[in-house]
Write a new protein. Structure first.
Length: 256
């Protein structure tokens, strides 16, 4: 049953996406992600478990609170579906191999960080720090199980290869690069380096390209001014995910 791992990944991804919503809302506000239980922001009523099922409860309740009928943001099911889609795509990409846990953890973290950066213009250390430790441990485990220790060394080199240039850019242009972007670059390089240093280059180039195109488009549309900050983290995340899935053919294309 080739579809079975993807189906399992989809439902696990939905559950992780539901948790991601909690993290995205609470961490930037300095709240605990454990307590209290989720509640309606309109009336304060705690949400019962059967009204907190990923996507399905939103559809069943037609996007409204059961108690006060206040609208529930579409962001909640969207984040759950995006996370589930990433889990399925990564399962198809890596199959049930030792490296899969590290990359689904990466995908889930990027969803959380991108959502926070879009809304709050920051990449919290409370997420990046634990995510980097978990990523390194999962890659260490993957190297041990597969015997591919060379990949782990490339991961460490990838973290340096992505993070160091961003650090130098931040020194040269202090307002052009935030500390969170530097740390995110190292985190992305850690995972992309596992696949190859060429993947690190692809992810970094695409991240800058996507960010530049989005910035120009926002300025042209009058949504942003030339000096207005634009969250760079989401574009770094998108570029890196593209590199995970299409890094090898893109490298072959660029090199002719």
């Amino acid at each position: 049953m080739q579809w079975y791992p993807s189906l399992v990944a989809f439902f696990f991804g939905l559950s992780v996406g539901s948790f991601a919503n909690v993290v995205v809302y609470r961490v930037p506000r300095g709240l605990s992600i454990v307590k209290p239980r989720s509640a309606c922001p309109g009336c304060g009523t705690e949400i019962a478990w059967y009204d907190n099922l990923p996507v399905f409860s939103y559809l069943w309740l037609r996007g409204r609170c059961r108690t006060c009928a206040a609208r529930i943001s579409w962001r909640y099911p969207a984040l759950e579906l995006v996370t589930a889609g990433i889990w399925v795509a990564l399962t198809l990409r890596f199959d049930l191999t030792a490296q899969l846990p590290a990359f689904v953890a990466l995908g889930s973290t990027l969803v959380i960080l991108s959502a926070i950066d879009f809304e709050h213009r920051r990449l919290p250390n409370k997420i990046l720090g634990p995510a980097a430790i978990i990523g390194l441990l999962l890659l260490l485990l993957a190297a041990g199980l597969s015997g591919e220790w060379g990949r782990l060394l490339r991961s460490l080199a990838g973290a340096l290869a992505y993070g160091l240039p961003l650090f130098l850019i931040a020194l040269a242009v202090p307002k052009g690069m935030g500390g969170g972007d530097i740390k995110l670059g190292a985190y992305l390089g850690l995972h992309l380096g596992w696949l190859g240093l060429a993947h690190v280059a692809v992810g970094a180039i695409l991240g800058f390209l996507f960010g530049a195109v989005a910035g120009i488009a926002l300025i042209a549309a009058g949504k942003k001014g030339r000096k207005d900050p634009i969250p760079f983290g989401p574009f770094m995340a998108i570029g890196s995910l593209v590199a995970v899935f299409f890094g090898e053919p893109l490298v072959r294309f660029w090199l002719g």
